[in-house]
Write a protein that binds this ligand. Structure first.
Ligand SMILES: [Ca+2]
Ligand SMILES: [Ca+2]
Length: 941
C-alpha cells in the first residue's frame, strides 16, 4: 500500500546512489552455494523509499529493534519504517517496526535513547528534537541480519540484537560524561492514548506499557484509536544512581513512575504530550547492557518471555550469534549457486525482507491478545499466533513463498487469520495490525491468502472451519458491507457493497468500495481462490459457485473504450472511459488493473480480440513509444512494477504463447529496479510482498494465481537454486548458462523429461524434483509456443487442466480379465503403444476397473483411452460407463456418466477429492456388450 504521499517528511534531495550495483558485470560464477547467506543480507537496502528498517530482528520475530529518525518534528515519523536513509538524525531506538508499510508508519513502540549528559527539561517538550537526539553518519553504521550498530555523533555507540520476543542492547558511552538512558514510552510512531513507566532501582529494571493503534488515522478517523497495548520489561546490568520521569512538559527528578499518552490529535499526535522515564548510571560507566522482553498480553508475560529467551547472564554476543544463526537457518531454505556477489546480496536481502512478517504474536506460554481484546491460548497443533497481515499485498506471493519454505509456519499463519476472524465477529479484516483490524486497502485478501497457503502445502490448520467461515462472509451481506464508513483508503466492510456484487456480478462505481472496478477484480481473485480451496476440500458446489463469481471481471470489461476494465454504475452504464485514470481503482489505473485476472488470461485475451491483440497491448504496456522498457513512472497507460497491481503482468506473455517476452521483461525488472542501493527496492516493500516477488522471479518462478500452486516460468538468475522445504521435500532448479545477460530459456527438462510448457503443475511443489533449464542470451522463439504449452486458465466451463497422471502405476484391480496378459495394471502403465495387449480387457457381466491413489487426492479430470487409441477398431471404443469415487474402497459414488461415446479417448471433468477411482463399464463397445478394452485411465489434478 502507498499513501505515504500524504506524509510530511524531510526532503530527499541527495541521491546517494544511482542504484545500479546489481547489474554490474558478474565475476566468474562461484561453483558452490552461498555458505553464509545471513552475511550476504544488507538491511539498508530499501531504506530509501522502500520503507524498510535497518534494525535487529529474527525471522517473523515479535521484536524489531531499530532507529527512529527525526527531521525536527517529534510528532511525526520521518518514514513509515521509522528510518529514512537520507535523514541522519536519531531520536531513539524503538522495539517494534513494520517493514515497508505505507501511511505514516505504525508501531515504533518504546524508543530507547542513550544520552551523554543529564535530563533537565522534558524530552517531550523538545518537540523539534533539538536536544535529546543525535546526528550520525552512515560511515559509523553497520546493519546486518539480526544486528544493528551506529556510532552516534553524541559519542554513544549503540549495538542492538534480538531474539524472537526480546532484544539485547549494548550502549557504550563516552568517558567523562554522565551515562543516561531515556525511555520515551508514549512515543510510538503514531502516538498513544496511554503510556505507563515504572523504574525499579533495586532490580535495575524499567518496565511499563504503551497503548496505541491509529494506523492511517491521519487519513480517516475510523482507525484513529487504540487497539493494542505493548508491555515491556528492560533489565540493565548497571545500577541506577538517579532516576526521573516526565509527563508532557514537566520533569520530576527522582520520580520512579509516570503515565500519559500523546493522544492522537487529528491523526498526528499533538506536540508536547507524552510521558517517559530516565535513569543515570554510576559515574565512570561506559558500557551498559540491557535485555528487554515484550508482550502484547501482560507485564508478567513480557518478563516470562525475557526469562525464557534471554535470561540473566546471556551475553550480547551470544544473542547476536543466535540471531545470525536463526537467519541462516531460514535463508538456507533456498540455496543459491552462481550470480555476482551483488546479485546474491539482492537475493538474500529480498528473502530476508520476505521473512520478516507476519510476526509471532503469542508469548512463550502460548497466550496472545485476540481481536476481541481478550487473552487467548494457541491450541491444538498451532505453535504460534501471528500478527501483522498486510492483506492486499501479501496474497500475491508472500504467503506462498513463506509456505513453500515452511509449510508449518504457513499453516500457523492461516490458523492465525482464522482465529482473528473468529475473534472479530466472523469478519476477515483485510489489513490487521497487532490485534486490531484497520480495514485498509481493498478486496477480501484473506480469502485469497488461506487457499494459497493450503495449495502450497500449509494444510495443518482448521481448513474446513476456515472455509465455512469464508463462504459465509462472502455470501452474507452485513451492515458494514452496506456502509461507506472509512472511505477511502479503508472501508469497514469486509466485502464492500456485497449486496450489489451478488445482485449485479460486479461492485458498482457508486457503491461503497474504494473503487468499484478494482474491487470487482479483488473480489474475483478472492472468489477464485475460495473456489480452489472448496474443490480441495470436496465442496464442489461452492467451487462451481465461486468460480462463476470470479468471472465478474467480464461485467466491468468495457469494449467501448478499447477493452479496459472500467468503472460501471449500478444502472449498467460505464463511467470514465479514460484508461489512464485511477478513478475506480486503488493505487493503479484502469490500464494497469485490466490485466489483474491471473486465473483467466485466456478469457481476458479472448475479450481483447485474441492473443495477437493481447500481445500488442502488452508490448505497448511495457514499452515507451521508442521501444524502450517502461516499467515504472510511465503514467497510467504503462506498467508500474513498483506496486502490486502490476507485478503479475510480465508473466502474461506465457499465456499468449510468447514466453520469451515474459523472460525478457522479468529479467529487465530484476536487473534494473532491484539493486544493492538504499533505493534498491522499487516502491514500498509492503511487509515483504515486493521482496517475495523478487525472490520468486529470481528463481524463474511465479505462482500462477491465488489458490493455486502451479508455477509460471521465466529464466532463473542463478546457475543453481535448491529449495529445502521444512517438510523434507526438495526442489532443485538447475540453469545451465545462467548469467546476467542470459535471460532466455533455450530448453527445459522436468524430472528428466523434456518439456516445452511455460509452467509447472502443482505436483512440483508437493513432490519436489529437478527442473533443469538451459539458458541463452537470445530468445528461443520456438519454446513454449505450442497450444498445449500455455499455462491453464480457469473459466466457468473450462475443463480442468492436468499434466501429472496421478493414476500412473498405482495399484489397480479389476473384475475378470479376458486374458492373463490383459490384467488391470495394463490400464495405468502409461502406455498405449504395446499392441493390443497394452490394455485391461474386461469380460463378464460386471466390468469394473479401479485404481488406488493412496490417499485422498484432489482430482479434476479423468482421461480414458479406448480400443482405437491402442490400434484396434473404433467399434470397440467403450460406449457407456460411469466414473465413481470412494475413500474407503467399499462405497462408491458416481461422479460422472459417459454415454454414447464413440471417440478413441474421452476426458471428463470429475472435480472430487478421492482415494479410489473406479471405472464401471455399462456398455463395453458400440454394437453389443462384449469385452471392455481400456488402454489407459489417466487421472489429473
Ligand atoms: Ca505497494
Ligand atoms: Ca496401457
Amino acid at each position: 500500500m502507498n499513501r505515504q504521499d500524504l506524509l510530511v517528511s524531510c526532503t530527499h534531495a541527495v541521491a546517494l546512489s544511482a542504484g545500479i550495483a546489481a547489474v554490474a558485470p558478474a565475476p566468474a560464477a562461484a561453483q558452490s552455494a552461498v555458505a553464509d547467506p545471513a552475511a550476504a543480507v544488507n538491511p539498508l537496502i530499501g531504506t530509501n523509499r522502500g520503507e524498510t528498517f535497518p534494525g535487529a530482528d529474527t525471522p517473523f520475530g515479535m521484536v524489531q529493534w531499530s532507529p527512529e529518525n527525526t527531521a525536527g518534528d517529534q510528532t511525526r515519523t520521518v518514514r513509515p519504517g521509522g528510518y529514512g536513509f537520507n535523514t541522519t538524525r536519531i531520536r531513539g531506538f524503538a522495539l517494534t517496526h513494520l517493514s515497508g508499510t505505507g501511511c505514516a508508519g505504525a508501531s515504533g513502540d518504546v524508543p530507547f535513547m542513550p544520552l551523554p549528559g543529564t535530563v533537565t527539561t522534558s524530552p517531550t517538550a523538545d518537540n523539534t528534537d533539538a536536544r535529546y537526539a543525535s546526528n550520525f553518519s552512515h560511515a559509523n553504521e553497520t546493519a546486518a541480519a539480526g544486528f544493528y550498530r551506529v556510532g552516534l555523533d553524541s559519542g554513544v555507540n549503540v549495538e542492538l540484537t534480538a531474539t524472537t520476543r526480546t532484544g539485547s542492547g549494548r550502549f557504550t558511552y563516552p568517558a567523562g560524561q554522565p551515562a543516561t538512558m531515556l525511555i520515551r514510552t508514549s512515543n510510538s510512531e503514531l502516538g498513544s492514548s496511554a503510556a505507563q513507566t515504572t523504574i525499579n532501582a533495586g532490580t535495575r529494571t524499567i518496565s511499563g506499557s504503551v497503548t496505541s493503534g491509529n494506523f492511517c488515522g491521519y487519513i480517516n478517523a475510523e482507525t484513529r484509536k487504540s487497539y493494542y497495548q505493548l508491555f515491556f520489561v528492560a533489565v540493565f546490568d548497571r545500577p541506577f544512581t538517579s532516576t526521573g520521569t516526565w509527563v508532557d512538559a514537566n520533569v520530576t527528578q527522582g520520580s520512579v513512575s509516570s503515565s500519559g499518552g500523546t493522544t492522537f490529535g487529528s491523526g498526528f499526535p499533538p506536540a508536547g504530550r507524552g510521558s517517559g522515564g530516565f535513569v543515570t548510571f554510576p559515574a565512570g560507566t561506559t558500557v551498559v547492557n540491557v535485555r528487554v522482553g515484550i508482550s502484547y498480553v501482560s507485564l508478567a508475560n513480557a518478563q516470562a518471555n525475557l526469562d525464557a529467551e534471554n535470561p540473566s547472564g546471556t551475553t550480547f554476543d551470544t544473542v547476536r550469534q543466535r540471531a545470525h544463526d536463526a537467519w541462516n537457518t531460514a535463508l538456507r531454505r533456498i540455496e543459491i549457486t552462481g550470480g555476482s556477489a551483488a546479485q546474491q546480496t539482492v537475493f538474500y536481502t529480498a528473502l530476508y525482507h520476505a521473512l520478516l512478517h507476519a510476526n509471532v504474536f503469542s508469548d512463550v506460554n502460548g497466550q496472545y491478545r485476540g481481536m476481541d481484546q481478550a487473552v487467548h491460548n494457541v491450541t491444538g497443533s498451532q505453535r504460534a499466533q501471528y500478527a501483522n497481515f498486510s492483506g492486499w499485498d501479501i496474497y500475491r506471493g508472500q504467503v506462498q513463498l513463506v509456505t513453500l519454505l515452511q509449510p508449518d509456519v504457513g499453516s500457523d499463519m492461516a490458523q492465525s487469520l482464522f482465529n482473528q476472524a473468529n475473534q472479530n465477529g466472523g469478519v476477515w479484516d483485510r489489513w490487521t495490525h497487532n490485534q486490531g483490524g484497520t480495514h485498509v486497502m481493498t478486496g477480501d485478501p484473506s480469502h485469497a491468502s488461506l487457499p494459497s497457503i493450503f495449495a502450497f502445502g500449509g494444510t495443518n490448520f482448521d481448513a474446513a472451519g476456515a472455509l465455512a467461515s469464508m463462504l459465509h462472509s462472502a455470501t452474507t451481506v452485513t451492515a458494514a458491507d452496506r456502509s461507506r464508513v472509512g472511505w477511502n483508503v479503508m472501508v469497514i466492510g469486509e466485502r464492500p457493497s456485497l449486496d450489489q456484487y451478488l445482485a449485479l456480478g460486479y461492485v458498482p462505481a457508486d457503491g461503497n468500495a474504494w473503487g468499484g472496478a478494482g474491487e470487482t477484480l479483488e473480489d474475483g481473485n478472492a472468489d477464485f481462490a475460495l473456489a480452489q480451496l472448496a474443490a480441495r476440500l470436496g465442496n464442489t458446489s461452492a467451487h462451481d459457485q465461486f468460480l462463476a463469481r470470479a468471472q465478474g471481471w467480464r461485467k466491468v470489461f468495457n469494449p467501448a473504450n478499447g477493452g479496459f476494465i472500467s468503472e460501471r454504475n449500478a444502472d449498467g452504464t460505464f463511467r470514465t472511459p479514460d484508461p489512464s485514470s485511477s478513478a475506480g481503482f486503488a493505487e493503479g489505473s484502469s490500464a494497469q488493473y485490466t490485466w489483474m485476472i491471473p486465473y483467466n488470461p485466456r478469457g481476458l485475451f479472448a475479450a481483447m480480440g485474441g492473443n495477437s491483440a493481447a500481445i500488442a497491448r502488452l508490448d505497448a504496456f511495457f514499452h515507451d513509444a521508442a521501444g524502450n522498457f517502461s516499467l515504472s513512472g510511465g503514467g497510467g497507460l504503462k506498467s508500474d512494477l513498483t506496486n502490486e497491481p502490476s507485478i503479475g503482468t510480465p508473466w502474461l506473455y506465457n499465456f499468449a504463447r510468447q514466453p520469451w517476452k515474459t523472460q525478457a521483461t522479468v529479467r529487465q525488472v530484476l536487473n534494473t529496479l532491484w539493486t544493492t542501493a538504499p533505493n534498491g527496492i522499487p516502491g514500498q516493500d509492503d511487509l515483504g510482498a515486493m521482496s517475495a516477488w523478487y525472490v520468486w522471479s529470481a528463481m524463474g518462478l511465479q505462482p500462477i494465481a491465488p489458490g493455486r500452486a502451479d508455477l509460471l516460468l521465466a529464466a532463473p538468475l542463478f546457475s543453481q537454486v535448491i529449495i529445502h522445504r521444512s517438510n523434507g521435500v526438495n526442489l532443485t532448479i538447475n540453469a545451465a548458462g545462467a548469467a546476467t545477460n542470459a535471460g532466455f530459456i533455450q530448453s527445459l527438462t522436468v524430472n528428466g523429461t523434456t518439456s516445452t510448457r511455460s509452467w509447472l503443475p502443482e505436483s512440483i511443489v508437493s513432490s519436489g524434483g529437478t527442473v533443469a533449464f538451459t539458458l541463452g542470451t537470445t530468445a528461443n522463439t520456438s519454446w513454449g509456443v505450442g497450444a498445449d504449452d500455455v499455462p491453464p486458465s480457469f473459466d466457468v466451463d473450462t475443463a480442468p487442466p492436468g499434466t501429472t497422471n496421478l493414476a500412473l502405476n498405482k495399484p489397480a484391480t479389476a473384475s475378470t480379465s479376458c486374458n492373463a496378459n490383459e490384467g488391470p495394471q495394463k490400464a495405468n502403465n502409461g502406455s498405449v503403444s504395446g499392441g493390443n495387449s497394452d490394455k485391461w480387457c474386461g469380460t463378464g457381466a460386471t466390468k469394473t476397473w479401479r485404481v488406488d491413489l493412496g490417499a485422498g487426492t484432489v482430482i479434476r479430470s479423468v482421461t480414458v483411452r479406448h480400443a482405437q487409441a491402442g490400434g484396434e477398431t473404433a467399434a470397440f471404443n467403450t460406449r457407456d460407463y460411469d466414473l465413481q469415487t470412494s475413500n474407503d474402497g467399499v462405497t462408491f459414488t458416481t461422479v460422472a456418466q459417459v454415454r454414447g461415446n464413440t471417440a478413441a479417448s474421452t476426458t471428463t471433468s470429475v472435480l472430487s477429492t478421492t482415494r479410489f477411482l473406479r471405472l464401471n463399464v455399462i456398455t463395453a463397445e458400440q454394437s453389443s456388450n462384449n469385452a471392455a478394452r481400456i488402454y489407459e485411465v489417466e487421472v489429473f489434478q
